[in-house]
Ligand binder design. Sequence first.
Ligand code: ZN
Length: 133
Amino acid sequence: MEHIEHIGIAVKDLTTAIPLYEQLLNTPCYKCELVASEGVETAFFATGINKIELLQSTTPEGVIAKFIEKRGEGLHHIAYAVTDIKAEMERLKAAGYTLLNSVPKAGADNKWICFVHPKNTNGVLMELCQDRG
Ligand code: ZN
């Protein structure tokens, strides 16, 4: 792992969360992106080399909607930058961790991503992400 790439925060409503985070971080949201395959609308903020990613569900059955239903709004995942996501996935799988996808999938902000189940990571969903170039 190289560094924390971004921190994902589950929110109910981006229309109120975006101006809130623009004020909190004193920086404008630089990108909103729909990830249809995940059922999420995302909003990104630059914080140095890291980013904050706000996530809102696009459907009541989506993973973010279910997360908020169970745990409320808040920290959803921590994403780590990697240079070779396939190698990292193989390393973690061989060490017994549960990966939520078997091949890298296209995520927001031009990344290949893979999630590691929070049961293996002290309760925090972990995301690996590699630039798609
Ligand atoms: Zn993320």
